[in-house]
Design a protein around this ligand. Structure first.
Ligand code: CMX
Length: 137
């Protein structure tokens, strides 16, 4: 169950274009993918930094979790995603330790990863994601 590394850090932004400009032209990173995740109502942009990615998140609907987050808290760090060997097993381990799950089982996220979220109310205020490359990839 133990996380192997931080797979990505999710950052909520109002304007994907303006934020990409900052990461590319100020930090000198390269945006290697832009992807819409329809069921999460977000458009994402990815940057690789060593073993970890930055995932920028722009809401595509006022109902998006990211739109609600920005309305309440403004732009900024939205979630941290740990790579784990097996998301289902990791969910079961943390649930047994009293953590509230947002996703009871893995579902598909950006980049085809199997993902699941833990509720920030039981993780010290940090929206936490587990993710795993689907087997065979
Ligand atoms: N980090 C930390 N706390 C957060 C949070 C976040 N990203 N989003 C919401 N919260 C807090 C709220 O501020 C609220 O705190 P208070 O009660 O102190 O005000 C609390 O969590 C619960 O909020 P809520 O009103 O009950 O629930 P929301 O409707 O705001 O939903 C959450 C919160 C986390 C359950 C919802 O955003 C969710 O299901 N997130 C997982 C999915 C997701 O975030 N998808 C977008 C990214 C997808 C991707 O990466 O591809």
């Amino acid at each position: 169950m133990k996380p192997t590394h931080i797979e990505h850090i999710g950052i909520a932004v109002r304007d994907l274009g303006a934020s990409i400009h900052y990461y590319e032209n100020v930090l000198g990173l390269k945006c290697y993918a832009i992807e819409e995740v329809e069921d999460q109502m977000v458009k994402t942009a990815f940057f690789q930094v060593g073993q970890t990615k930055i995932e920028l998140l722009e809401a595509t609907s006022p109902e998006s979790p990211v739109a609600k987050f920005i309305e309440k808290r403004g732009e900024g760090m939205h979630h941290i995603a740990f790579a784990v060997p097996d998301v289902s097993e990791a969910l079961s381990v943390v649930e047994q330790k009293g953590v509230a799950l947002i996703d009871k089982q893995p579902r598909k996220g950006a980049e085809g990863l199997d993902i699941a979220f833990l509720h920030p109310k039981s993780t010290g205020g940090v929206l936490t994601e587990f993710c795993q490359k689907p087997s065979g990839k």
